[in-house]
Design a protein around this ligand. Sequence first.
Ligand code: COA
Length: 179
Amino acid sequence: MPAERAAPTFTIARFDKALHDRSGFSCGFAPIDNFLKSSLSDQIKDGMVTAWMATAEGNPAVLGFYTLGAMAVRAAFGPRAWQRARIPDVPVIYIRAVAVREDVQGKRLGTALVVDAMRRCIGIAEQMGAAAMIVDVLDGTHFERRWKFYAELGFRALGDPDNPRRVFIPMADVRATLG
Ligand SMILES: CC(C)(COP(=O)(O)OP(=O)(O)OC[C@H]1O[C@@H](n2cnc3c(N)ncnc32)[C@H](O)[C@@H]1OP(=O)(O)O)[C@@H](O)C(=O)NCCC(=O)NCCS
């Protein structure tokens, strides 16, 4: 692996206002940056999401993050097994945001964050029903790269005609991939 592709040394931990410095974070998408800086704390307080931050050893600056929340999607979409359950809505775990600071993008931190989210979701799905992980792939510049990013991690289109950018990976596939 060429040196510039080597994974940076970082830790991923639950968001803590006192430990994580969000002030210098920018991923290139203002809505995501604003969410991190302005809405995240309230959303955590209100029980909407949990958030997980990547930082380099000994430096509080946030290098990347993701958030998780509960969601339901229509059983009519997704794999056939979902229709077998005969329930209208399937419980899933929603990755509301994944982002990496612009100057460290392309160094595998984004992949590491989604893999960390997958491991966490395996644990969550042992405690409550959750059939899949869901992401809405952000529209706009580099959409194809983002789509490829999730496709390579095993996500595929959910098939919701109202939301063609919504992708999912069944928990069974997550378990099979990560063991
Ligand atoms: C998309 C994103 C999370 C990927 O994280 P990353 O650390 O840059 O990605 P990785 O280094 O793990 O690369 C994995 C794949 O992501 C894609 N990728 C790399 N840089 C990317 C970029 N700047 N934007 C979009 N996709 C990118 C490539 O397909 C790459 O695979 P390759 O190296 O084999 O070509 C990150 O680029 C980012 O935060 N972008 C801005 C915010 C965003 O788009 N968030 C996703 C919302 S759905």
